[in-house]
Write a protein that binds this ligand. Structure first.
Ligand SMILES: *Cc1c(COP(=O)(O)O)cnc(C)c1O
Length: 378
């Protein structure tokens, strides 16, 4: 069969400024790293790089967990890796829902054969620690607590430390989604006593999408090893994946690792280490303060109360009389600027302006405010 679309040429993406809920702007250094020669996934030079990558990820998660590595797949695969390994059929899991991603956790629990007990809070609110306490009282047999640290659908941050403490008091393990928080606001896996956490490469780490850093502590590993039923996912079964990612003994083939994207993640984490993670947190906060001042000058109101606001994800109500799609369309067309739309119940009502990773810089803040001023002008 002949190829009948000769007009198709190599794809040249437009140059955008990415200030939505992810992906964020990828720095040239990372793109250059990804363009380096592809080598084999069992090449000793590559496996040395993998060891560095695990070390760098431990720094990002602030953990000494040996079992810390990037899952091949986007944040959703990291999420599923945590649930399919830690939830056994019949396990009761308390799941906090205060936005889109908590809802997905429920779906994961059910598909792993678990029983989800949900604790719901309004979108834009952090998870209520008091409600979770009540849920543990009513369900003393709960094996796990799952929550989203930084709800990207609303811009609210929850008190991970208090939630993890509650779980521990009730003998339950914690699964924490820190896809949007990692690298942007403190994620202290060991200090908080988190048992399992997953993140994503394309938010505050500013790498390309498609990799999901995960970390598992000793209690989580013990639960996986004590399973009576095999993990129903072959691809995500930690016992199998570790034959490749574990540094001990001989590495064996499990799946072909995404070689070049892993170069990119390595570079992203070297950049984070060079800056210093505390400095990265401070930068996100400082850029948020500036953006906030500018947005308020434009008369925009924040969705999330001051104390629970994520600096890297600014949710604001769309000003009255402004057409959501038309305004975002103009930002993209006239300014090559992407901001995020509202999701679910907040669709058409809010905008989500990201200041993630490399996007959290003065130039972007100024540019975004300039573009919004032009588009909102009556
Ligand atoms: C983006 C995101 C995910 C999903 O990550 P993907 O890379 O899109 O699969 C999960 N949880 C949160 C909080 C997110 O922001």
């Amino acid at each position: 069969m002949p190829f009948t679309a000769p007009a198709i040429k190599p794809f040249q993406p437009p140059r955008r400024t990415l200030m939505g809920p992810g992906p964020s702007d990828v720095p040239p250094r990372i793109l250059e790293a990804m363009a380096r020669p592809t080598i084999g996934h069992l090449d000793p030079a590559f496996t040395d790089m993998m060891e560095e990558l695990k070390q760098l990820l431990r720094y990002a998660f602030q953990t000494e967990n040996k079992l810390t590595f990037p899952v091949s797949g986007p944040g959703s695969v990291g999420m599923e890796t945590c649930f399919v390994n830690l939830v056994e059929p019949g396990d009761k899991v308390i799941v906090c829902i205060n936005g889109v991603f908590g809802g997905r956790m429920v779906e994961n629990v059910k598909r792993a054969g678990g029983i989800a007990v949900t604790v719901e809070d309004a979108w834009g609110e952090p998870v209520s620690v008091a409600k979770v306490m009540d849920a543990f009282k009513a369900n003393p047999d709960a094996k796990l607590l799952a929550f989203v640290h930084a709800e990207t659908s609303t811009g609210a941050q929850s008190d991970a430390k208090a939630l993890a403490e509650l779980a521990r008091q009730h003998g339950a393990l914690t699964i924490m989604d820190c896809v949007t928080s990692l690298g942007g606001t403190p994620v202290l896996v060991d200090e908080w006593g988190i048992d399992a956490a997953y993140s994503g490469s394309q938010k505050c780490l500013s790498c390309t999408p498609g990799l999901s850093p995960v970390t598992f502590g000793a209690r989580a590993i013990a639960k996986v090893q004590a399973r009576k039923t095999p993990v129903q996912s072959w691809f995500m079964d930690l016992n199998l994946v570790l034959g490749y990612w574990s540094g001990e003994g001989k590495r064996t083939y499990h799946h072909t690792a995404p070689i070049n994207p892993l170069y990119g993640l390595h570079e992203a984490l070297v950049i984070l280490a060079e800056e210093g993670i505390e400095n990265a947190w401070t930068r996100h906060r400082a850029m948020h303060e500036q953006l906030k001042a500018g947005l308020e000058k434009l008369g925009m109101r924040f969705v999330v109360a001051e104390g629970a606001r994520l600096p890297q994800l600014n949710s604001v109500y769309i000003p009255e009389g402004v057409d959501d799609a038309a305004a975002r369309g103009r930002l993209l067309k006239e300014f090559d600027l992407e901001i995020g739309a509202g999701l679910g119940a907040l669709a058409g009502k809010i905008w989500r302006i990201g200041l993630m990773g490399y996007s959290a810089k003065q130039q972007n803040v100024d540019y975004c405010l300039k573009a919004l001023t032009a588009v909102l002008k009556p």
